[in-house]
Ligand binder design. Structure first.
Ligand SMILES: NC(=O)CC[C@H](N)C(=O)O
Length: 367
């Protein structure tokens, strides 16, 4: 086609579908992952550094990415965790008082491949119709057959254990050691803003690697336990499930977010499943069934807890539901001091409607 500028990057989906774009900054490379989309209008830096996105190629549905630059403090972990980025318009220029770098430099520093000028509306509606799948983004536009072969080797997200790839190698502390309470947090991909939210409620936190034993956490003598968010499928996380079971058995205060919520469900004998399309955005409506109130929430998950099984479990209560598709958004144990949510009360990015859940965790600790 005469009018079409020569495209220098492609997005090849596992089913063979191809979309075209341009490499941001004329970078060369190839990146594999599960393709997913986030509908947030803001918060790209927090999203790119959220460990829950490890192994995923992210499509931003907002038409402009990069226009407010980046800031060293607006990270949810020490590095970019998405596998690659797909956008419509990439802003090489930026404007914001608080910004200290361009998004282009930030991506370069993290060596991340990004593709711009993609028809992201067409791509997202295609993924919505055909479900989550693996994909590759590449500047090797003339090597489609080679890329197809390599893509076929990429494991499916279903059944994939990824917490070990992002968890801390050594335990560490967060907050003020003279705080009123102590919490042991199992890091299966924890976001920094969760630590900030817990610590600012007068809590000293010790963060443990994903494969720690209950006894390791217990040795900190905590008042409460926390299971974090994180990447991958919750089913293979047997070590984390074992920790959850021990905490539950002893009736100790426990709070779980996202992957942690899924692990708590599995520890209760309730299974999880891969969603056709996940929930990723900052305006997902949730209903709190205990208060009848709605919350606008930040979400990022591709798996969910089986609602029928959760409702059939006499010791579990479905406390929150997602209003778009009636999936489980929150759980509590009736006989234990244990609760969890599928969404992100720590926001970052997103609304703060659900920060009361951190207060509830502290109340449970006080009990
Ligand atoms: N944010 C999260 O913790 C995500 C949990 C899990 N990896 C999922 O995709 O469902």
């Amino acid at each position: 086609m005469k009018y079409q500028k020569k495209q220098d990057a492609i997005i090849l989906l596992a089913d063979g579908t191809i979309f075209y774009g341009k490499a941001v900054g004329n970078k060369q490379g190839t990146a594999f992952g599960e393709v997913c989309f986030n509908t947030g209008m803001t918060g790209y830096q927090e999203i790119f550094t959220d460990p829950s996105y490890y192994g995923q190629l992210m499509v931003a549905t907002n038409a402009h990415i990069g226009n407010y630059g980046t800031n060293v403090d607006e990270v949810e972990s020490d590095s970019i965790k998405i596998a690659g980025l797909i956008v419509k318009n990439f802003s090489y220029d930026y404007s914001r008082e608080a910004a200290d770098s361009s998004l282009e430099d930030f991506l370069d520093k993290n060596n991340l491949l990004a593709i711009s000028d993609v028809d992201t509306r067409a791509l997202v509606s295609y993924i919505r119709d055909h479900g989550a799948m693996n994909a590759v983004i590449s500047t090797e536009v003339d090597n489609v057959e080679g890329l197809k072969k390599q893509l076929a080797e990429v494991p499916s997200m279903e059944g994939l254990e990824l917490a070990s790839q992002v968890s801390t190698k050594e335990p560490y502390y967060f907050g003020d050691e003279n705080a009123a309470y102590k919490v042991a947090a199992l890091d299966i991909g924890i976001k920094k803003n969760i630590l900030r939210n817990i610590a600012e409620r007068d809590v000293y936190i010790k963060v443990f690697p994903y494969n720690s034993k209950f006894e390791d956490l217990e040795a900190f003598n905590p008042d409460g336990y926390f299971l974090s968010n994180g990447p991958g499928d919750p089913e293979p996380l047997v070590e984390a499930q074992a920790v959850a079971k021990e905490i539950i058995k002893r009736d100790l205060p426990l709070f779980g977010i996202c992957l942690g919520h899924q692990v708590i469900a599995i520890a209760n004998g309730v299974s999880t499943y891969k969603m056709y399309n996940g929930h990723r955005g900052i305006n997902h409506p949730v209903k709190n069934l205990k208060t009848g109130k709605g919350e606008i929430t930040s979400q990022n998950h591709g798996f969910a807890v089986n609602r029928e099984e959760a409702e059939a479990n006499t010791d579990l209560e479905v406390t929150h539901v997602h209003l778009n598709d009636d999936t489980v958004a929150g759980l509590a144990m009736k006989s234990k001091n244990v609760f969890s949510v599928q969404y992100h009360p720590e926001a970052s990015p997103g609304p703060h409607d659900s920060s009361y859940l951190f207060d509830q965790f502290i109340e449970n600790i006080k009990k």
